[in-house]
Write a protein that binds this ligand. Structure first.
Ligand SMILES: Cc1cc2nc3c(=O)[nH]c(=O)nc-3n(C[C@H](O)[C@H](O)[C@H](O)COP(=O)(O)OP(=O)(O)OC[C@H]3O[C@@H](n4cnc5c(N)ncnc54)[C@H](O)[C@@H]3O)c2cc1C
Length: 328
């Protein structure tokens, strides 16, 4: 039986951890987030009309890979995932509305982070722990927390964090992986979070905007499985717009995105929640392939969407395949 430290308990790190734990290995995960989510986070805000919840990262996910389908079915049985039966549309560059394909779209329940919470159940995960580095060698890797914590001694280490954060952790130990991560660029995304006492007058649940100067995707939480509370909306700014406004304040961004929401939904009532979240590294512009990286001599692997594609499912597949490779 081997021991593995996994840095990052997003969906890719957890997929890897589950593959290793299922084969009887000792797995310890460390995540800097206060709770489960990563880029599948859910933010909850109290209002006089109940708690509003916002999936401000990933909006939905697909299941095309057979192993991922099995995992999602198990999570569905546990109540951690549900099918989102909504109206999905796209607005073309002339503002004309088209139906989007009817491939099944899933969400976590009661919020998107339900998926990550479900995958973390039964694994030894420490939340609120930022890993600052490693020392040692294969068979005896020491993992260090940012406040000097000694997080234990492990045979091998998996790095499951966004590409931009890989290099600082791995460059001294496996330059080949660090160099590949450095070559990847992730695009930012500003997310506007709005809640109203009553639903807005729009006839779709999720809209994608092609060639819009500001908007990328807008979603309504109303018809998602397991959602309660006031009508909540998440408005994602387009990558170019988010880059142009990256260093502006969240209040200013929230006001700008609210104006865009009013252009598509008509005059708005006063929002119960008016907020914005900046994702500095939202989605990889070009994923690196080949799914995962493993430096066998050093006993260090890397997985995540930057190696497989900018989607929830791709991130899970990356972690799962790295887990299989470590077992092999
Ligand atoms: C705004 C937005 C919209 C999106 N929309 C969709 C969508 O609709 N459909 C879809 O399929 N995908 C979507 N995605 C992409 C999808 O969310 C990601 O591809 C996927 O969640 C990535 O998973 P991951 O495990 O690779 O990374 P992450 O989820 O980022 O997990 C990495 C984890 O590492 C932790 N971490 C980082 N550094 C450290 C450290 N030093 N020490 C400890 N922990 C650390 C972080 O806290 C995080 O939890 C979207 C993403 C964003 C941001």
């Amino acid at each position: 039986m081997g021991s593995f430290a996994i840095i990052g308990a997003g969906i890719s790190g957890l997929a890897c951890g589950n593959a290793l734990a299922a084969a009887g290995h000792q797995v310890s995960l460390f995540d800097k987030g206060r709770g489960p989510g990563g880029r599948m986070s859910t933010r909850r805000v109290d209002t006089p009309f109940g708690q509003a919840s916002f999936d401000h990262g990933a909006q939905f996910f697909t299941e095309r890979d057979a192993d991922f389908q099995r995992t999602i079915s198990a999570l569905e049985t546990q109540g951690a995932v549900g099918l989102w039966q909504g109206e999905f549309v796209r607005f073309d560059s002339k503002g004309k509305q088209h139906a989007l394909g009817d491939e099944p779209r899933y969400v976590g329940t009661p919020g998107m982070n339900g998926v990550v919470r479900g995958l973390a159940a039964g694994l030894n995960t420490t939340w609120g722990m930022r890993v600052s580095g490693l020392s040692g060698r294969k068979g005896a890797w020491q993992v260090h927390g940012e406040s000097g914590e000694n997080l234990g001694l492990f045979d091998q280490v998996v790095c499951a964090v966004p590409a931009e954060q890989v290099s600082d952790l791995l460059a001294p130990h496996t330059p080949a992986i660090a160099v590949k991560a450095k070559a990847v660029r992730s695009l930012p995304c500003w997310a506007g979070l709005f809640a109203f006492e009553k639903p807005l007058k729009i006839d779709w649940d999720m809209a994608r905007f092609d060639a819009h100067p500001v908007l990328d995707v807008t979603s309504a939480g109303l018809n998602q499985p397991g959602r309660t509370g006031p009508a909540s909306y998440v408005v994602h700014g387009h990558a170019d717009w988010s880059i142009a406004h990256l260093e502006e304040g969240a209040d200013q961004i929230a006001a700008l995105l609210l104006k865009e929401l009013a252009k598509i939904a008509g005059p708005l009532p006063t929002p119960l929640v008016l907020s914005a979240h900046r994702w500095r590294y939202a989605r990889v512009e070009t994923s690196h392939g080949p799914g995962y990286l493993y430096d066998k001599d050093q006993g260090i692997g890397a997985c995540g969407d930057w190696l497989a594609g900018p989607r929830v499912e791709s991130a899970w597949v990356s972690g799962h395949h790295l887990g299989q490779a470590l077992l092999g």
